[in-house]
Design a protein. Structure first.
Length: 178
């Protein structure tokens, strides 16, 4: 197999390089709550659609903010949003520390392993536990809980708790009357 002819489409390469530098320097230095609005403003400058009440930790690694649509959500510390394609996150969502949302992979039906991408959609009232992996093309419907260290490769129905690798049904999520 000769991979010398492999070409990956690299849109916005200059913008991506500038963003990489900012994400790994300035963005990281803006630690804590007082700087959250500044972090959100920087993300918006780079094309993110993001709610004014979102919270994004400074240690988050974001591949392409122009592919982000984030509602009133918390993106925890040391998360990775590998947004080669759209990542859409709804309201009242927590993406816990160390989570990896990955919108890209490679087509294993070809020896050239060309890049393939599909969006990730996370609906409202979802909790993505720590050190989880959410694969490309996955939709986490309303009210889903993904247990810590789970790997999700398929859509999850509303108000379900999943865990494991690959993630499997654990139980229905039922809320107490509050």
């Amino acid at each position: 197999m000769n991979l010398s002819n492999y070409k990956e489409h690299r849109p916005k390469l200059l913008q991506r390089a500038i963003w990489y530098f900012i994400n790994h320097t300035i963005f990281r230095c803006l630690k804590g709550g007082p700087f959250n609005q500044l972090r959100l403003a920087i993300l918006r400058i780079f094309g993110a659609t993001i709610d004014k009440d979102a919270y994004v930790y400074s240690s988050s690694t974001i591949f392409a903010p122009w592919n982000l649509k984030i509602g009133r959500a918390c993106i925890g510390p040391n998360t990775c949003l590998y947004s080669k394609d759209i990542i859409q996150i709804g309201d009242d969502v927590v993406v816990s520390q160390g989570a990896f949302l990955c919108t890209a992979s490679h087509d294993i039906s070809s020896l050239m392993l060309p890049l393939v991408t599909r969006p990730i959609v996370i609906m409202n009232n979802v909790w993505v536990g720590s050190n989880t992996f959410i694969g490309m093309g996955v939709t986490l419907n309303e009210g889903v809980v993904v247990g810590a260290t789970a790997s999700v490769y398929k859509d999850v129905e509303s108000w379900i708790v999943v865990g494991g690798n690959p993630a499997k049904f654990i139980k229905k999520r039922e809320l107490k009357n509050e």
